[in-house]
Design a protein. Structure first.
Ligand code: HEC
Length: 124
């Protein structure tokens, strides 16, 4: 009788611990997902902008887009009718709404830290 009680207690304990661990994991995964994809960044990646302009708009094959993107009118005019080698994105492929989202993502990218605030850069 005593040992059956103990077994039951152990079982309850296992269930409680498992629930806590799994619950914590799931919350953790959700939070991580939010952190990984700031608004507009999914459209930026889906449309392939990152391939030439870098994941955070820092440039690559194409010019740097962020921080401080061009004013929206100039920005959208380049995307619709690029002057040179960039492929044109018509509203059929990239809706005005998605273009806005992409722009908002680029606007949300913060300035890099000042070089003097990075200790490794001031080491002799
Ligand atoms: C295949 C490479 C490529 C892709 C993909 C691409 N771009 Fe470009 N982008 C360029 C190049 C190269 C330029 C320079 C102008 C030119 O050559 O047409 C440019 C210029 C720009 C400019 C003007 C920047 C400036 O300071 O003059 C903007 C804004 C821009 N791209 C936004 C985008 C967005 C938004 C996307 C995704 C919807 C995108 N680009 C996808 C290559 C690319």
């Amino acid at each position: 009788m005593k040992s059956k009680n103990r077994q039951q207690t152990l079982l309850v304990l296992i269930v409680v611990v498992a629930a806590l661990v799994l619950g914590g994991r799931m919350r953790g995964a959700g939070a991580q997902e939010e952190d990984q994809f700031p608004p507009g960044s999914e459209e930026y990646i889906e449309m392939g902008c990152y391939q030439c302009h870098g994941y955070d708009g820092n440039g690559g094959g194409g010019p740097r887009l962020a921080p401080d993107p061009l004013p929206f009118a100039a920005f959208s005019s380049v995307v619709r009718r690029p002057p040179n080698v960039m492929p044109a994105y018509s509203p059929k492929v990239l809706t005005d709404e998605k273009l806005r989202d992409i722009y908002e993502y680029l606007e949300s990218i913060p300035d890099p830290p000042d070089a003097s605030s990075v200790p490794a850069l001031s080491e002799e």
